[in-house]
Design a protein around this ligand. Structure first.
Ligand code: ADP
Length: 445
């Protein structure tokens, strides 16, 4: 193209003016082509400066090829940029979804980025507080001295920003320096809500202390009796008395271990299935028999007997574990018997409620329970009347068992009580958990 234009201009000049004309023609052609080239170069340059990659200014010639190549390089870079942006936002989204708090700090300790969990933990605003110094925002003294120090090998525990006296929040916080160049001083601040873990640890410690205490008391008494029997010359009647007392203490330990095992089974086993049905008559027989025997053993012959009104219930069956249901119902009826003085009245009834639920209620004319104790009665080892509980063979675990069984059977435990009048414990069973006992089972062919 370049040579052809020069040839045509040279031939045209030679034809018009001979040799000088040919030279002029070639120079003019050179100038025109150079101007055209400069113009095209300027357009390509403007296109590159503009950065608009939607169109290519030239498709042909040298500038066309240059533009095409530049276009391809730019598209590739743009694609790489988009991919990295996508990776970065995926990465940030993943950190956002983390249950732990993550804060990226620059060399001066200013927040570069933090996820929502960290914002909640430290009471900061993920957007507004960017570039703010973390030391100015988290003022806890333990954190401040940890942050100023250089030893980040261990985590520290500080109260969370939303902590209050009634709702403590504990955070585990650790700093990890992470920049490629350590002198940059970039740090990753990780936070973890350990409130539940700490509470579980406190509960575990309390539980072990309680169990040890409950076992140690009868064990000490037993050891004392054994020593007495070994060292003192006792008459046969005295020996029998001591052995009876030893038997009582060992029964107490047995009951405690049995209740502990029941609780751990309730916590560790799968929910009772709807395939097992226990007739209410069978439940009634179990708890009524136990309650009568207990009442006779507790009331002295000289005292007026307790009045036990134990309703046999409707001709229905309940879904769930029969053994668990017997344990819960017996605990409620036995408690009424144990806490009601001689001559008092205990009633256990089954009532069909208007909404279809079946209610089992146990009311007594015992001492009643003060309102402040009622919400805590189902806690393990919580007792209002410690000595009455021990005297009557209580373990402090009965109502904890009742609560677990109720939860596992979709039932609700309610406690109402008036001091000096008596108490009423109720369990409500959903309609879906009852069926007529006499109805034949549907067996599919
Ligand atoms: P315990 O083995 O000590 O009876 P429970 O868990 O069964 O343990 O009951 C917890 C506490 O609730 C008892 O120690 C007792 O103080 C109180 N309580 C339970 N039932 C009654 C009731 N019917 N009348 C009065 N107090 C009761």
């Amino acid at each position: 193209m370049f040579a052809l234009l020069h040839l045509v201009a040279g031939v045209a000049g030679w034809w018009l003016k001979g040799l000088p004309g040919a030279l002029i023609g070639i120079v003019v052609a050179g100038l025109v082509l150079t101007a055209l080239d400069v113009f095209r170069g300027a357009r390509v340059n403007a296109w590159l400066r503009e950065g608009n990659l939607q169109h290519i200014p030239y498709r042909y010639g040298l500038w066309g090829e240059v533009s095409e190549r530049m276009y391809r390089v730019a598209r590739r870079l743009e694609k790489q940029d988009q991919d990295s942006q996508q990776r970065l936002s995926d990465f940030l989204a993943a950190i956002q979804a983390s249950p732990n708090g993550v804060v990226l700090l620059d060399g001066k300790g200013a927040i570069e980025w933090c996820n929502q969990t960290a914002a909640e933990h430290f009471g900061i605003d993920a957007e507004r507080d960017r570039q703010q110094l973390i030391g100015n925002l988290v003022r806890d003294p333990i954190f401040v001295s940890y942050f100023k120090g250089t030893d980040f090998s261990r985590e520290i525990l500080i109260p969370g920003r939303s902590a209050s006296a009634s709702r403590p929040v504990r955070l585990s916080v650790q700093i990890h320096p992470y920049a490629r160049d350590v002198d940059e001083g970039k740090r990753l601040l990780l936070s973890r809500d350990v409130t539940a873990l700490e509470q579980a640890e406190v509960m575990r410690r309390d539980f072990v202390a309680n169990v040890s205490h409950e076992i140690r008391t009868p064990l000490t008494v037993l050891a004392g009796f054994v020593e007495t029997l070994q060292n003192l010359p006792l008459s046969e009647a005295e020996q029998t008395r001591y052995l009876d007392m030893m038997a009582t203490q060992s029964r107490r330990m047995q009951t405690l271990v049995n209740d502990l095992l029941t609780l751990s089974r309730l916590e560790g086993s799968p929910l009772p299935s709807f395939a097992e049905w226990t007739p209410i008559a069978q439940l009634h027989e179990a708890y009524a028999h136990e309650a009568r025997a207990l009442s006779e053993s507790l009331v002295l012959p000289a005292d007026p007997a307790q009045v036990l009104v134990l309703d046999a219930g409707p001709g229905k069956a309940l879904a769930g574990s029969g053994a668990e249901l017997i344990s819960a119902l017996s605990n409620l009826v036995n408690n009424a018997v144990r806490y009601t003085p001689p001559g008092g009245r205990i009633e256990a009834r089954w009532t069909a409620l208007a909404d279809g639920r079946l209610e089992f209620s146990v009311s007594d004319t015992g001492p009643g329970i003060a309102p402040e104790h009622i919400p805590r009665l189902t806690e393990r080892f919580y007792r209002v009347d410690r000595s009455r509980s021990r005297e009557t063979g209580g373990t402090g675990l009965g109502l904890a068992i009742v609560k677990h069984v109720a939860q596992r059977h979709g039932a609700e435990l309610r406690i109402e009580s008036t001091m000096g009048v008596g108490s009423r414990f109720t369990l409500n069973f959903a309609l879906s958990r009852q069926r007529d006992f006499t109805a034949p089972q549907v067996v599919s062919a």
